[in-house]
Design a protein around this ligand. Sequence first.
Ligand SMILES: *Cc1c(COP(=O)(O)O)cnc(C)c1O
Length: 394
Amino acid sequence: MQASPSSVSSKDFVSAAPGYWRDADVSEEDWDSAKWQLKNRITSLRQLEEHLELSEEERSGVLLSGTKLAMSVTPHYFNLVEKDNPDCPIRRQIIPRIEETLVAPHEMADPCGEDSHMPVPGLVHRYPDRVLFLVTDRCASYCRYCTRSRVVSGAGEQDLETDYEAAFQYLENHPEVRDVLLSGGDPLLFSDAKLERILERLHRIPHIEFIRIGSRIPIFLPQRITDDLCRMLQKYHPLFMSVHVNHPRELTSEVRAALEKLANHGVPLGNQSVLLRGVNDDAAVMKELIQKLLMCRVRPYYLYQLDLIQGSSHLQVPVAKGLEIMEQLRGHTTGYAIPQYVIDAPGGGGKVPINPDYIVQRNAERVIIRNFEGRTFEYPEPAYTPVGEMAVGG
Ligand SMILES: *Cc1c(COP(=O)(O)O)cnc(C)c1O
């Protein structure tokens, strides 16, 4: 039974199924199958208008999305869209708007400068000891603010041309790389067998200590997180997964079960949120989200300032607001729930931590700090010489 949205706190884990799909349209078995979910994704204006009344901005946005970033939404995720709320935080994430075609002066096709950091196509090597491996350009659903919309979904002009063999050889020949992050697109869109071939090959490289998968499939398509998949993944430990949840309503009972299954197979889970206008630019919403993530055994990892992607101005939130939200979290809830707020530096500088300033004043003798309540404290600096270093003077 579906609970009516008004009776449900966003702290509850509820199923939204069958939602817009009536029981008569789909059997329970089909609904629970990832294959059915993928086949029945909402990809056209006609399908969308069967379920929702669109605004003019959305209507024109959908018509133009085919030339930029395709529209695609799984039935599971689509059911989270509130029918009569034009400002629904789920809707803003997956239904195109005409504002996507507006390009503001500082916006870029490749805001994080990834293309210029690819030693081989599809492999981004920006940090000394780890790489980002873009294994596919497809996702289960498309986030309208995708940082890689230039290559993702197949709709735009640029294609992701990952050269797997060259990437594996690069990794084999670069012993400084100890951490490989699989992303895309969404790696969990691959079949178990295809994904395993990649994991197996990476696992064989002796200097690769750590593999991560970045995926929104546990959220868009929880039906994909099967026992078979989890049993396969656990052969390649230590294997971590970073998921992507922006709003507490995305944590449905199905999503929680999928996350639980991954955790039970020993996959440590982190979450990466993007700060989005009208979605989670509110301390109360963010607090609910991160507390709910802990209940799913997911550790909030990063909160991203939205990259300066072309056509994203309607979703941008100022850094001042992000800092204000961070201040309202730190100290006010469990430390494990607090993500690191970061800006991925425009042009390719990598992730830079952005923090509210808790140091009021600092010199060689003392540090003046303030706590979450705004009270100030003094910490006297110790006299210090590292062990083994000769003390100077007498
Ligand atoms: C985010 C990212 C990583 C991983 O960074 P961590 O801070 O270790 O999570 C690696 N490579 C690239 C290019 C990235 O953008």
